[in-house]
Design a protein around this ligand. Structure first.
Ligand SMILES: Cc1ncc(COP(=O)(O)O)c(C=O)c1O
Length: 442
């Protein structure tokens, strides 16, 4: 048995520091949050370049739902790479792309025949959703939520609203997006309490926005994350998604369900929206869909397809290696019962996090579904003032002791291990977290 975590030299060690320096000199500035330099990884354990073994509670930003280097995915990728790595699936044909599209149509909500546009990222999946909706509805207003994250390309950035700095300097945005507050019960924008609020934050879309700034006859669709991801792992209360779906249906615009982060078993259901009864018109997915080989997919009813060739396309979409990785990933999720496991072991993780919340005053909230969990840090529970300083210190202390975490929202940390993380590894990670909290509390 390999002992994990195993820290031989506090990260970043000498080899890691060298690579970080080169990266900083030559790689574009993005969103890097910790100087962890991977050498290789397997399952839920990452070995860094200095020989440390770290437990991964970040899953490459929710991309490795079945863990690092799953043998079935590695095998599928190698076999496909030996056959052909590219043939422009937008312009020619191959079986594996059609098979994956058919399968995605079957495993997403709704029994109708669907079509799939393949891209290479979550942003590209949402870009395609914008175009499918505009093309089908012949309208151009989109509703989206404050706190939302749908991508950083210039089109999806107009929908993204989780941090002002993501948008600063990049105006003007795509015209016609209207943002409304999300169902963030811990910090209700209307200072109401569920359930006595009767979902005021959803009703107000109909009672105010559609009557004033967003005339429904011009609205193409509403983008929604079933659990807000980058915005802070915010779980809407029961009934909220159904209410949003009803408003979209009653006013004849599309419900566009962004499952890029919450999909593929992460929340304990195959799709986050399955925590409601709503059936989305368009569903977008990416991240875990191909276990790290870039892929995005936009899935919509066949009758919404582009009316003629040339309206939308790309070069790499439906790449055969990505398709092979995706089919193998879906097999693993099904064969290993990982959706059920996410719900079950996610419940266990939530319980341990709740125990920690009881003990540490700086944890204002614990929330999540399945293995999509987070804690929000505050200066004190009365003022609920967001404390990003303690969050950042905890993240750093955790990786120095062998646990890889990622932040989200203003002052939250997310806990998103692989859905097949062994229980003893999960416990070892949670033990590191608890010790980290204890040190932070001193
Ligand atoms: C819900 C959601 N949508 C879209 C995206 C964008 O995906 P990508 O970074 O692959 O473009 C993300 C990325 O974090 C996301 O969480």
């Amino acid at each position: 048995m390999v002992k994990v975590p195993d820290i031989k030299v506090t990260p970043p060690g000498p080899k890691a520091r060298e690579i970080v320096e080169r990266d900083r000199a030559f790689v574009a500035t993005t969103t890097k949050s910790a100087p962890i330099v991977i050498r290789r990884a397997s399952g839920s354990v990452v070995e860094d370049v200095d020989g440390n073994l770290l437990i991964d509670f970040s899953s490459g930003i929710s991309v490795l739902n079945i863990g690092h280097a799953h043998p079935k995915v590695v095998d599928a990728i190698s076999k496909q790479a030996a056959e052909f790595t590219h043939f422009a699936g937008t312009d020619f044909y191959y079986d594996i792309q059609a098979r994956l599209a058919e399968r995605l149509g079957k495993i997403t909500p709704g029994k109708h025949r669907k079509k799939v546009f393949f891209g290479n990222s979550g942003a590209e999946a949402n870009e395609a959703a914008i175009k499918v909706a505009k093309s089908h509805k012949k309208r151009h207003i989109f509703l989206a939520f404050l706190g939302a994250f749908h991508g950083r390309t210039q089109g999806t950035l107009a929908l993204t609203a989780s941090k002002a700095k993501q948008r600063a300097g990049f105006f003007p945005m795509m015209p016609g997006t209207v943002h409304v507050p999300y169902a963030y019960c811990y910090r209700c924008p209307y200072k109401l309490t569920y359930p006595s609020c009767d979902l005021y934050c959803a009703n107000i879309i109909e009672d105010a926005y559609l009557k004033t700034v967003a005339p429904p006859e011009d609205v193409a669709g509403i983008f929604v994350e079933p659990v807000q991801g980058e915005g802070g792992y915010i779980v809407p209360p029961p009934g909220w998604l159904d209410r949003i779906a009803k408003i979209a249906k009653d006013h004849d615009f599309l419900l566009i369900d962004d499952e890029v982060q919450a999909g593929l078993g992460r929340t304990g259901k195959m799709w986050g929206i399955e925590h409601s009864k709503a059936t989305p018109d368009i569903l977008t997915t990416a991240k875990s869909i191909a276990s790290g080989i870039p892929m995005g997919a936009t899935i919509y009813p066949a009758e919404m397809d582009f009316p003629e060739s040339g309206k939308h396309s790309n070069t790499f979409g439906g790449n055969p290696v990505a398709c092979a990785a995706s089919l193998a990933t879906l097999d693993v999720i099904e064969d290993e019962g990982l959706v059920h496991r996410s719900a079950q072991i996610g419940g266990y993780m939530a319980k341990r996090l709740d125990e920690m919340k009881d003990r540490f005053e700086f944890i204002g909230d614990r929330r999540g579904l399945g293995l999509m969990q987070a804690t929000e840090f505050v200066t004190d529970r009365t003022s609920k003032k967001a404390d990003s300083k303690i969050r950042d210190a905890i993240e750093k202390d955790a990786y120095e002791h062998g646990l890889i975490l990622l932040p989200c929202g203003e002052s939250s940390l997310r806990y998103i291990p692989a859905l097949n993380i062994p229980k003893d590894v999960l416990d070892a990670g949670l033990d590191v977290l608890e010790q980290t909290f204890r040190r932070a509390g001193k």
